[in-house]
Design a protein. Sequence first.
Length: 317
Amino acid sequence: MAGGMKHTLADDASASPFGSGVEGLAWLYGLSVFRDLATTGESEAAASVLEQINHTKRERMTLGEVIQSTYEHNIRPDKHPREYEFKNELLRDVLSGGWDTATVQFEQPCGDVRADMVAYYPQGGAHAYEIKTGRDSLSRLPHQIETYQRAYPKVTVVTAPDRVSEVAKVVPPQVGISVLDGWTTADWEDRLGILEIRPAQRYTKKLDVDVITAHLRTAEAPRAVAELGREPAKGGYKWTRNREILAEYDAVEVVEVAYAVICRSRALKPHQVEILEKVPVALAARVVKFGVNKVQGQRLMRSLNAIGSRFVQWFSY
């Protein structure tokens, strides 16, 4: 994985080579700039900032280096990380064994709510994650957790270190709790990333087949039926009819089959894995969420490797 090592606190302490006000530059790895770089190869706003930063520097920085430095500053616990920083570090933690260890989906519909992130595994099953930053209210959390447990065997809340006890009071004991924080390893090395406080327990009592299958894609429902050894429904209303076939089975069995199908059908493509190995760590979740194609990946990498505002003209094709 690109940047597979956890961030070190020592690195973070010196991760602001362009002065104060770094928090205000978080938009550099925001969706709008990312979309511009991937689809057009240019961002006038980003180019302007890069030019200003490099104006007085002896060693000029690439746009990718500026984005990464900004990100490493902003994920420090004392900087009150935003939801994106949580998502990105959570993605890297879940896929720390390799980009193919699970298929990750963001903002997954589930009943009347959306899970911030869900990891689907090759052998079936899934793990849903709800992020509560230091800025978020917990008023909806009980309902969110109850709904996730109707679709996912494991659920974890990821939050700020100072909110652990607050979260623990409003979620069931089988729900995991993790934090974005720094810690020291057994080898006395400082780390920064996702730290598990309480592991999620597998919980299947509330699983509901209708909720599990409600957001299967058109081609996924018949594949799940076939995995169960049945003949998939064809013709009109086949999505509904295949869901009805799945409803004949136990929810635990459907979870394993349906989510293994999702894992395979929505897995990263080889060129996306290649891009993830090259982009700054800060943009991993953007690449996964956006689903860049090969041409977009080329534009993105060229822009990230550019120095100065010239990249606006270079890649605007």
